[in-house]
Design a protein around this ligand. Structure first.
Ligand code: ADP
Length: 495
């Protein structure tokens, strides 16, 4: 089978968050199972050029359209971790992808609509005829519509389209003019059945268009699939999703076990075993090696030795991730004698100031690194004992899965994919050997404190049970194998 992903991110060359990890991990596993997988991406100036192999011009003079104008594009091909990637470089006066960023420009809508249209033009002109075009979130959600309403009538061969909803918060609200710019008749789509936005009927909604026009829709965990069909989780699209629920399925993400592998991770001070069965000897070795990583991390962040557990958070510091609860976990665990480290990327001064002043207050007791630092993240996953994810909502969440693989017990708010992967040591109805962490229900400081108290108490008073919990987490297979099979089942469905 031939699958083409049209995407705005790809780890590790253009990663902002989990979306980039998913495209990379899923593509690799599907390719490993013998299928042809290709990825089309914008040629951002921020791409990790050191990781692009065999970069060369693949197609020159690809003319694409914007309003009354035609612009030339160069299509590059390269390999990323063995995957074939095509990079679209527009020769456009607005330098769409030379902004030093993936998202965050005032004209993001124009940038990604232009990209989607140029990508479809590339498929058309180069004669590529995949079995499946897989698009992701609002930036590429217009492609199924472009196929059905524009390219099929130009003679393009029909293929299946799949839209994955990674996060319903961002939907690509735009104006009529935006659709007209890429050669569509915006008026035609300005109806409640099609792209008219539900919350603000003066706008069109690109994600809604993807939901309407894609043959199949997936989202990234079974619980998130349920949540997005509710008022709160659907961000205005719950009713529309219920209408389309027959073609909607929640598939839990995996993690890339080559990238996230404590046995070979080059960023660790000491690697350690991560594959079952876990004998008593292996469990002891893991404990020793994690302690060596902890020592290295403390040196790096100028933190003293400490008998209590090391608590960690790694996250974007945005409202979805409840930064105020993260800050509370930091203070509370330090007050209770633990050490806490937060690695967080902040994009507002306000949030930077909150965390900087917290860092000053607890200097020498905890560390807050306001940065996006992949290498440091690996060492933190390996060194920490407890990993806190207090999200407001979490479509799947990868950090808790990585933490589990690195023997770091997750403590999470029970929502979305966190609910599907972390099972409380005490309250979960699951069998004991499946329980692997701590969870709390309400977004309340008191509830977080109570879960933290249970975790810190278990570490201090019953380390044997702590190790059992850690081992349960490490035993579970969160690789892409199962998820890739579920995606292949969808790719194989008849339209
Ligand atoms: P989201 O996609 O909403 O950001 P996920 O949990 O799905 O959240 O994925 C987050 C990914 O980004 C993980 O691989 C995590 O390790 C990584 N990450 C998040 N923040 C940082 C940071 N500040 N530095 C390094 N890696 C980070």
């Amino acid at each position: 089978m031939h699958i083409i992903h049209l995407a705005s991110e790809l780890a590790p060359v253009a990663k902002v968050g989990g979306l980039g990890d998913v495209i990379h991990g899923l593509s690799k596993e599907v390719a490993r199972q013998g299928h042809l997988v290709e990825i089309i991406l914008p040629k951002y100036d921020t791409l990790r050029h050191d990781l692009l192999k065999n970069l060369k011009v693949f197609y020159r003079e690809l003319w694409s359209y914007e309003g009354p104008y035609r612009y030339n594009n160069t299509i590059w091909s390269c390999e990323v971790d063995g995957l074939t990637v095509y990079l679209i470089e527009p020769h456009h006066p607005n330098y769409f992808f030379n902004r030093g960023m993936v998202y965050g420009s005032a004209d993001d809508i124009d940038r990604f609509l232009y990209f989607s249209r140029a990508a479809m033009e590339f498929l058309y002109k180069s004669g590529k005829s995949p079995d499946v075009l897989h698009v992701h979130d609002w930036p590429t959600a217009i492609a199924p519509l472009l196929l059905k309403d524009m390219y099929l009538s130009l003679g393009m061969k029909k293929f299946k389209t799949v839209l994955t909803l990674h996060n319903m918060e961002h939907q690509g609200r735009c104006s009529l003019r935006n659709l007209n710019q890429i050669g569509l008749n915006g008026d035609k789509y300005f109806t409640p059945d099609l792209l008219q936005d539900v919350q603000n009927p003066h706008f069109l909604n690109l994600l809604k268009g993807g939901i309407e026009y894609a043959d199949f829709i997936t989202t990234v965990s079974p619980s998130y699939e349920k949540e997005i069909k509710t008022d709160q989780g659907g961000h205005g699209l719950s009713t529309f999703l219920i209408k389309h629920q027959k073609k909607l399925k929640g598939i839990l993400n995996g993690i890339d076990e080559d990238v996230w592998n404590p046995e070979k991770d080059p960023h660790l001070a000491s690697t350690f075993p991560a594959h079952p069965p876990f004998s008593e000897d292996k469990i002891r070795i893991i404990d020793e090696k994690k302690a060596e990583n902890k020592k290295k991390l403390r040196e790096l962040l100028s933190l003293p030795e400490n008998d209590g557990p090391l608590v960690a958070c790694i996250s974007r510091l945005v409202p979805q991730k409840s930064p105020e609860l993260m800050a509370h976990a930091f203070e509370y665990s330090i007050q209770k004698g633990a050490q806490c480290i937060i690695l967080g990327s902040a994009d507002t001064n306000e949030i930077r100031e909150v965390f900087s002043s917290l860092q000053k207050k607890y200097k020498g007791k905890g560390a807050i690194v306001l940065d996006y630092n992949e290498a440091l993240s690996h060492l933190i996953y390996a060194a920490a004992d407890l990993f806190v994810v207090p999200s407001l909502f979490e479509p799947c969440g990868l950090t808790q899965l990585i933490a589990l693989r690195y023997g770091t017990i997750p403590l999470v708010r029970s929502t979305g994919g966190l609910k599907d992967t972390v099972f409380d040591e005490k309250t979960s109805p699951r069998p004991l050997q499946e329980r692997n962490g701590f969870s709390f229900e309400r977004l309340e400081k008191k509830d977080l404190e109570s879960a933290l108290n249970r975790a810190l108490g278990l570490y201090k008073n019953n380390y044997k049970k702590w190790l059992e919990l850690r081992t349960h987490g490490m035993e579970k297979d969160f690789s892409w194998k199962k998820a890739a099979q579920e995606y292949l089942n969808i790719y194989n469905l008849k339209t």
